[in-house]
Design a protein around this ligand. Structure first.
Ligand SMILES: [Zn+2]
Length: 211
């Protein structure tokens, strides 16, 4: 990225709960069609020989891979040891599978504790949401919730969880709406870098780089 991004509107689309073999490839097809990137927060236990190819494709398309824990439980009651196991196991699996080191953590269900902040040496990422874990929220509504609430520096919280058809159906409209509004889509790492913001702040949950 050699262009000057200081006066550009930036947004980072993010997807939680993959990798899988139904929704994740469809999300990647759409990202590829529009030539844009996103960040995927992976559940460690879903990484295997089958999903490895999906992860390799994520990287080929310029997307970022980060950490969404191993088991995807509420971690706010976990001990420091249990928390560290979730993070380390997932990071190690990602490194072993595709050779990249996750730089960010998204807490499952955005459940938080001081012990989590003290035990996890990665920035915590949330984001604006469009209720896209709720099957009763239509694709149109998801699109509207993103486009009505978006602002420069935002992280958008979406899910490529298995069977999440409405988000697949919404994604093209979300991306074209953002592009029409003049946004450049970047990864979470690029977002912080281009905004000149250091994400390594303890006890902080980021949804926008200007938070
Ligand atoms: Zn999740």
């Amino acid at each position: 990225m050699n262009e000057n991004y200081s006066d550009k509107k930036l947004v980072a689309l993010t997807f939680d709960d993959g990798p899988n073999l139904d929704t994740t490839p469809k999300v990647l097809d759409i990202l590829e069609e529009y030539g844009v990137v996103a960040t995927f927060f992976l559940i460690g236990k879903f990484i295997n020989e089958d999903t490895k190819a999906v992860m390799a494709r994520q990287l080929e398309l310029g997307c970022e891979i980060s950490n969404h824990s191993w088991n995807h439980n509420f971690m706010n009651e976990y001990t420091a040891r249990e928390i560290q196991d979730e993070i380390t196991k997932t990071n190690d699996k990602i490194i072993e599978t595709v050779g990249v080191t996750p730089r960010f953590f998204r807490p499952p269900y955005i459940s938080l504790s001081d012990t989590m902040y003290e035990s996890i040496d990665l920035p915590f990422i949330c984001g604006i949401n469009c209720l896209d874990w709720d099957n009763t929220v239509s694709a149109e509504r998801r699109t509207q919730l993103v486009l009505d609430n978006i602002k420069d520096g935002d992280i958008v919280l979406l899910h490529d969880l298995s069977g999440n058809k409405n988000t697949v159906d919404a994604l093209g409209d979300i991306i074209s709406g953002l592009l029409d509004d003049g946004y450049t889509l970047v990864t979470v790492s690029q977002l912080f870098e281009l905004k000149g913001v250091d994400p390594n702040v303890k006890y902080k949950l980021w949804s926008n780089t200007g938070d």
